[in-house]
Design a protein around this ligand. Structure first.
Ligand code: ZN
Length: 289
């Protein structure tokens, strides 16, 4: 269920634990001993230095074209997603994400949202569309209206997908949670340029991964958890194919501050990996303060 909802890693079975940084200083302390399943290793040259391209991929980070057939530009871009594959039909639905958070906003009853995050290892993968950090051991949860959701993965978009008064932020982080019944809760936070946030350093250390590769890093989930003391909530969808309309969205009012260098690292990994905003329709964005 989760895998169907959240998608899979780029269609490539090869994971490799090198940060592809030339080895001058390994930013990934646990890489040497961490677990990996290199299903294609040894027969395709990946093990040698991790730089070879693959027949299924084009040329890496910014090409936008992935083996799952969709991208952020051109003939396979957002306007075409619903037509690319029968399983992507929901992308033309009327409860899609992202949206502009200013439109239709109204104060609502306060719903308690609690993030209980703990540090854990995470497997960070360049899946051809973003850097996806999948949670290892740890048991981080988000509880909304009494319903617990497990933190599954976190990734980014740059610029942001949700907008405020039509304006995107520099980037947006998505913390994806799943409940036992398969319902998804995604907590988003907009990132603006400011002071460096060192808690993001381990995740950002993977920003130069080649497409299809993974690295295991320690993540202080509590240290990077969004401030959800005030947030906006609405019903929506995955912002990437298959665009399933199974997501309760929460976007924190308080932005995340990252340094110009940290934002540049995100942009260097994936530029313009953001879906345009979708019509709100008859949905309401509810403010919780
Ligand atoms: Zn996302």
């Amino acid at each position: 269920m989760r895998n169907q909802m959240l998608g899979t890693i780029g269609g490539i079975g090869v994971l490799l634990l090198t940060a592809c940084s030339g080895g001058e200083s390994d930013p990934v302390p646990s890489a040497g001993s961490a677990h990996v399943e290199p299903s294609g290793q040894g027969s395709d040259g990946y093990a040698s230095d991790g730089h070879e391209s693959d027949g299924n991929e084009s040329d890496g980070h910014d090409s936008g074209q992935n083996s799952d057939g969709w991208s952020y530009t051109g003939d396979t871009g957002p306007e075409a997603w619903a037509e690319l594959d029968a399983s992507y039909a929901a992308c033309a639905g009327d409860a899609q994400s992202p949206v502009d958070l200013s439109a239709g906003a109204a104060a609502g009853a306060t719903a308690a949202l609690e993030l209980a995050y703990t540090a854990s290892s995470a497997t960070v993968t360049d899946d051809g569309h973003t850097l996806k950090a999948e949670v290892g051991e740890g048991g981080s949860t988000a509880t909304l209206d009494g319903v617990a959701h497990d933190l599954v993965q976190m990734h980014f978009h740059a610029p942001s997908e949700h907008t405020v008064d039509g304006e995107p932020a520099a980037a947006e982080m998505h913390f994806v949670h799943a409940a036992d019944d398969g319902g998804l809760l995604v907590v988003g936070v907009l990132a603006t340029e400011g002071v460096e946030d060192v808690a993001w350093a381990p995740y950002l250390s993977a920003a130069d991964l080649p497409a299809g590769r993974s690295v295991e890093v320690p993540v202080d989930w509590a240290g990077i958890a969004p401030d959800v003391s005030a947030y906006r909530q609405y019903p929506g969808s995955l912002t990437t194919p298959p665009c399933s309309e199974t997501v309760t969205w929460v976007v924190a009012d308080a932005p995340l501050e990252l340094s110009a260098e940290q934002i540049a690292a995100l942009d260097a990994a994936f530029d313009d990996n953001a879906r345009p905003t979708q019509p709100l329709g008859d949905r309401e964005v509810v403010l919780h303060e």
